[in-house]
Design a protein around this ligand. Sequence first.
Ligand SMILES: Nc1nc2c(ncn2[C@@H]2O[C@H](COP(=O)(O)OP(=O)(O)OP(=O)(O)O)[C@@H](O)[C@H]2O)c(=O)[nH]1
Ligand SMILES: [Mg+2]
Length: 427
Amino acid sequence: MFVDTAQVTIKAGDGGPGVVSFRHEKYVDRGGPDGGDGGKGGDVLLRGKDNQHTLARFRHQKELKADSGQSGGKRKRRGKSASDLIIDVPVGTEVLDIQTNQLVADITEPNQIVVVAQGGAGGFGNAHFTSSTRQAPRIAEKGVPGEERIVSFELKMIADVGLVGLPNAGKSTLLSVVSNARPEIANYPFTTLQPNLGVVDIDNQTSLLFADIPGLIEGASHGKGLGDDFLRHIERTSVLLHLVDAYQDDIIAAYQTIQTELASYKVDLTTKPQIVAITKIEGLDDELITDRKASLRQVLPKNVKVVAISAQAKQGISDLLRELTLLVDEVKAAAIPEELVTTADTTPVITLPDAEDSWQIIQKKKKYIVTGKKIERFAHKTDEASEPAVARLRDIMRKMGIMHELERKGIEPGDRIDVANIITLEY
Ligand SMILES: Nc1nc2c(ncn2[C@@H]2O[C@H](COP(=O)(O)OP(=O)(O)OP(=O)(O)O)[C@@H](O)[C@H]2O)c(=O)[nH]1
Ligand SMILES: [Mg+2]
């Protein structure tokens, strides 16, 4: 079965904790602090692969988790950082954060690598905390947790050629004749329920990827038949191959029905370069075929080619493949990188990143909730059970001006300061 969506949990590795340790040397009474830092947690990365065409494996592999960094050691030994987790996904995979609905990654090239969750930094060991006033610090940081998110993968097959047409037009039969694919074929509508992909070898160097999708009927854009949702698989193909059964009573109406549905899809697919193939012609005489072609030409834009084929008798196939190769090459050569395309209604939206140091306070009676990127990072690093660590967090809050603002808001001894649900302190 062709699987084209999957939901997975992505978890980068946590940073390893720093440690509290003091030198023990034979002739030194009180050795200085020598606790090492924790190692960094592993990132989770996705890498594009062009020989993969399915997300099927993510039905079993629902969690992608990188290892955590190791804790620091004595003698300033730094904990080992965890290695990154690299996951291969098919080219054409889009990654959406389920909670924010934001695009996290769009894998469009082979070997393109995108970090989808960042490993946490390791905590500092106590060797970091010596100062003139603090000679024997008993303080070490915890590691920062690795990023975690639930994402959906959506594979948009980036085929070169998308096959469209009414049910029974002969789409799957053509695919089975020109490619390595073995789709189901039958003499009834809606044989194809899932998209099929096939690689069509043109010559030693060239191949075209074909996508065969279920047939469309009138009203598909309103959900009739199998609907038009699967058109997303051909949204990005270079060209469309529109198949029309030669035995249709009204060949023009058959053609136009499909065009109407392609136009009603969420992006107008009729703007995509197209070739029209009249199918099943092996039993027809030349005159009739010419006649069929001529009637279609009346409604086709000048630059749209019409060919006549029989997949069964393998007639007209090499002509068709030649025309398709030429057109695909042309489209690919003309393709402008997406970032250069701007239209009047795509006003760029610029989102300013959260200022690193900024913070907010929300007061709920005797409780003050403090949030902010930097302060939250420090909160994560603070071991609640360690008095010096908590004292340091208070110190940082003072330096960042948070304490001052709490006092201005009227905080009283005994009130609670909750840093983003990570740690709670008493004022
Ligand atoms: N005579 C003849 N019949 C053909 C030819 N190509 C396909 N057919 C027949 O047409 C019928 C439909 O073929 P399919 O390839 O399943 O059609 P489809 O367009 O994929 O149909 P859906 O998947 O239902 O949308 C089958 O019975 C095929 O054997 C051909 O070149 N000549
Ligand atoms: Mg089919």
